[in-house]
Design a protein around this ligand. Structure first.
Ligand SMILES: NC(=O)c1ccc[n+]([C@@H]2O[C@H](COP(=O)([O-])OP(=O)(O)OC[C@H]3O[C@@H](n4cnc5c(N)ncnc54)[C@H](O)[C@@H]3O)[C@@H](O)[C@H]2O)c1
Length: 518
């Protein structure tokens, strides 16, 4: 967070302090305590200037410098490391936060409060003392403490002598507590923004080396990569380009890293769309949809005008099915069969769970199906899945012999895998998503093996009574660069309900997306 934006955010607090000081002043005039007013007024203004210097100064030199930060946040190791490194470099100052300036006071006399403060200061945790000693000369520290104590002591003495001032005292406590809370929230927000910035481009970063190594299009296919990101991420994108050059991938014939959507789309044969606007805390579904609709609308136009004829598009970014639908709407000259969305990660997750359960190679499991939306309503169908065994292909249901597991735990594990990975990694799935994007394109372009189908989000033609006009995940086979929905699979009652439920959700999403367009 920049100094100026923090300065702006603290303005109301400063004003409130001034108002508060004026209120106190008027009360004191009534009580004829003019000397005490002067003490409070000077102390308040010194306190505010103290806050300004010590709170803002570090942000001037380096944002987020704060040695004590690790005590407040869960991502301790990362920030502990980050901040301690920074403090070695900038060890001539220390960020002081408002919440430390106003310590919680127990009721009692001013003397005991003073003693408590000294006791607290001297018995602070060991690492805090070490950091404090590194960053502030002790004498200076003590002088500043004196300023703080004199304000609070003077105030307490006055309140003790004048019971009519107690409401003012309570308001002061309330003000301090609100102010402290506000500062804490702002601090947390700025850390989250920073964390988000560091975590950008996860799938893209994992995907590009896979493509450059031939995982997507085979070991004989040279590639030129066009990388697109938004202007705030331009520098990071350029870093990725440098890494790609440094890795000296034999198949990589060129890299274009750009923030210009037209430059990115010009001449591309395959477009993998991972850029999107994530849902942030407090955002309504409609707000996220509206942001993504506008992104996909503009990217659709650029692809339509500048991509190679017959460009194949895979939309990964969420809401993947509906983003793909918007893209189809705004790129009418791109054939609808060329626009797909990714449900291959869910498909692969299902294969992985079955292979673990049966203790078999994942490559021996095939023909699971993900129906519908890339969301929690999707239907995981293993009714046609088989496993290669020494006596031929056998149905998964017969080998697992546990319908209860297949109809409950298996589904929830696949459904909640993304959340489990976020919980464990503190970042969303990137490697598995990138690998699944490669699988999706490879099977589409190079074909699926005989007798094997895969799940792809494609434009619905009404198969399996799924409403047409949705991008819906079906089982498909691919040949000569074209996908085809596998027909006439038996759907049991359990799955049928789920197929309809996920179709309903997609129809709702479609309506929401159209409402954003209008
Ligand atoms: N379909 C799936 O199976 C699946 C699986 C995992 C993740 N996802 C989705 O894929 C998307 C990417 O995931 P991630 O973890 O890489 O996210 P991320 O936030 O790490 O990366 C997104 C990137 O897109 C960029 N971006 C944002 N707006 C853009 C725009 N208008 N044009 C170009 N680039 C833009 C961001 O700057 C960032 O670099 C997310 O929407 C995520 O929900 C889908």
């Amino acid at each position: 967070m920049s100094q100026s934006s923090l300065g702006k955010k603290l303005q109301p607090a400063k004003k409130a302090w001034k108002r508060f000081a004026r209120t106190v002043e008027s009360k004191f005039h009534n009580l004829n305590l003019s000397k005490a007013i002067k003490v409070i007024k000077t102390s308040c203004s010194r306190l505010l200037s103290y806050c300004s210097i010590r709170f803002f100064h570090p942000f001037k030199k380096h944002s987020l410098t704060r040695p004590h930060y690790r005590r407040y946040h869960c991502n301790r190791d990362f920030y502990g490391h980050y901040y301690s490194n920074k403090n070695h470099v900038h060890n001539n100052f220390s960020a002081i936060y408002i919440d430390q300036l106003y310590s919680e006071e127990a009721a009692g006399s001013s003397t005991s409060s003073l003693q408590a403060k000294h006791f607290h200061a001297e018995n602070n945790s060991r690492d805090k003392q070490v950091v404090d000693e590194q960053v502030l000369p002790r004498k200076e520290d003590k002088e500043k403490e004196k300023v703080l104590y004199s304000i609070e002591d003077a105030w307490r003495e006055i309140v003790a002598k004048s019971p009519q001032l107690r409401p003012v005292d309570e308001r002061a406590d309330e003000f301090i507590s609100n102010f402290r809370q506000e500062i804490k929230l702002q601090k947390e927000k700025s850390i989250l923004e920073f964390e988000e910035m560091l975590a950008r481009g996860q799938i893209g970063y994992a995907l590009v080396p896979m493509i450059a190594r031939g995982v997507m299009l085979g070991p004989d296919q040279p590639v030129i990569l066009h990388l697109l990101d938004i202007p705030p991420a331009a520098e990071a994108l350029n870093g990725v380009k440098m890494e790609l050059v440094d890795a000296a991938f034999p198949l990589l014939k060129g890299v274009i890293a750009t923030t210009d959507v037209v430059e990115a789309c010009t001449g591309v044969n395959i477009a993998v769309m991972v850029g999107g606007f994530p849902r942030k805390e407090g955002m309504e579904r409609k707000d996220v949809m509206s942001k993504n609709v506008s992104i996909y609308k503009s990217q659709a136009s650029a692809l339509e005008k500048h991509a190679a004829a017959n460009c194949k598009v895979l939309v990964v970014a969420n809401p993947a099915n509906t983003n793909a639908l918007i893209l189809k709407e705004f790129a009418p000259s791109i054939p609808e069969k060329n626009i797909t969305c990714m449900t291959r990660l869910d498909h692969n997750r299902a294969l992985g769970q079955i292979s673990e359960r049966l203790n078999v190679q994942v490559s021996d499991v095939k023909n699971v199906i993900i129906w519908g939306n890339h969301s929690s309503t999707q239907c995981h169908d293993v009714n046609h899945a088989t496993v290669k065994t020494s006596s031929g292909e056998e149905p998964v249901r017969e080998l697992v012999k546990d319908d209860e597991w297949l109809n409950a735990e298996f589904i929830t594990t696949v459904q909640q895998r993304g959340a489990a990975i976020i919980k464990a990694r503190k970042l969303s799935s990137a490697l598995s998503a990138a690998s699944s994007a490669c699988d999706h394109i490879r099977d589409w372009v190079l074909g699926t093996p005989e007798g094997t189908w895969v799940s792809m989000g494609v434009y619905s033609d009404g198969s399996y009574n799924v409403p047409s006009g949705l991008i819906y995940s079906f089982p498909v086979t691919c040949q000569n660069g074209e996908w085809k929905i596998v027909q006439e699979l038996r759907i049991d009652e359990f799955s049928r309900k789920k197929l309809d439920l996920t179709a309903d959700e997609l129809s709702e999403e479609k309506a929401l997306a159209y409402s954003c367009l209008s």
